[in-house]
Design a protein around this ligand. Structure first.
Ligand code: ZN
Length: 260
């Protein structure tokens, strides 16, 4: 099964959808989970921010969301996200398929708080197989796409100051508030995780951008809306092309990760 963090815009297309409400040891997920099939592929949808967008980034029940996906049998997660650009050459409207993150968010970010002490590698946190598939499909659809990139993750809910933004530019390509700990919680559960980051605006610290008004939440929402049909098409077109067997290493994340 493939898990997707997407709202009703995604699953309203399914004609065989059903909804299930799940509890987990970490509380309820952000939303009821919608289950259905695309082609022969089973899919599960969670609205990351809640059905009525009631969860700000720092309040999202990340552990409950990933745990619920795993309990349903999800082995791969596709996670669309809105991001700000940290590079002049990455224009709004670009789809970035990231391969790295730099985290500044301070959150409950692990399932492993007990023995055995477990250290999962985050050297390559995003699934290379899913990333290639998404980037290839974006090319096929003639979407402006960047295969690979570093997401700087901040806690939010406030946007970065100009000085912070200038600092973040030296570290990454785009900036976001939800990629972490989502990506690593998936990895801890040996699920593949790939993101499609839709650039909605330039971050405030971009050089020559001083005259530009800082981004507002409304602008982000508008930027996302303008491109949401393309985003939906990209992800839904990818689903039938996901191979049945996983050949990446995501499924072996816990091998050699524990002190015996
Ligand atoms: Zn993988």
């Amino acid at each position: 099964m493939i898990g997707i963090f997407g709202g009703s815009g995604f699953y309203s297309l399914l004609d065989n959808a059903e909804t299930t409400i799940r509890e987990t040891p970490f509380g309820a997920p952000s939303s009821p989970i919608t289950l259905g099939t695309i082609g022969r592929q089973e899919v599960a949808f969670i609205a990351r921010h809640g059905v009525h967008h009631e969860y700000p980034p720092h309040k999202i029940p990340y552990k409950a969301n990933l745990y619920a996906f795993r309990e349903l049998g999800v082995s791969r997660v596709i996670a669309p996200a809105a991001v700000g650009s940290l590079k002049r050459e990455i224009a709004p409207g670009t789809f970035v398929i990231p391969d790295q993150f730099v985290n500044f968010a301070s959150r409950d970010d692990t399932f492993f708080n007990e023995v055995p002490v477990t250290h999962v590698s985050s050297a390559d946190p995003y699934c290379p197989e899913l990333r290639k598939l998404l980037a290839g499909m974006a090319n096929l659809l003639n979407l402006p796409v960047r295969d690979g990139g570093t997401v700087v993750v901040i806690n939010g809910p406030r946007f970065a100051s100009r000085a912070e933004s200038t600092f973040y530019q030296s570290l990454g390509d785009v900036i976001n508030m939800t990629q972490y700990p989502e990506v690593m919680l998936a990895r801890e559960m040996e699920m593949c995780y790939a993101s499609v980051c839709l650039v909605t605006d330039y971050d405030v610290g971009i050089k020559d951008n001083d005259s530009i008004m800082p981004v507002s939440a409304q602008e982000v929402a508008e930027g996302f809306k303008q491109n949401s049909e393309k985003l939906k098409r990209l992800i839904l077109d990818c689903i039938p092309n996901v191979p049945a067997a996983r050949v990446c290493n995501c499924k072996n994340s816990l091998e050699n990760a524990r002190f015996s």
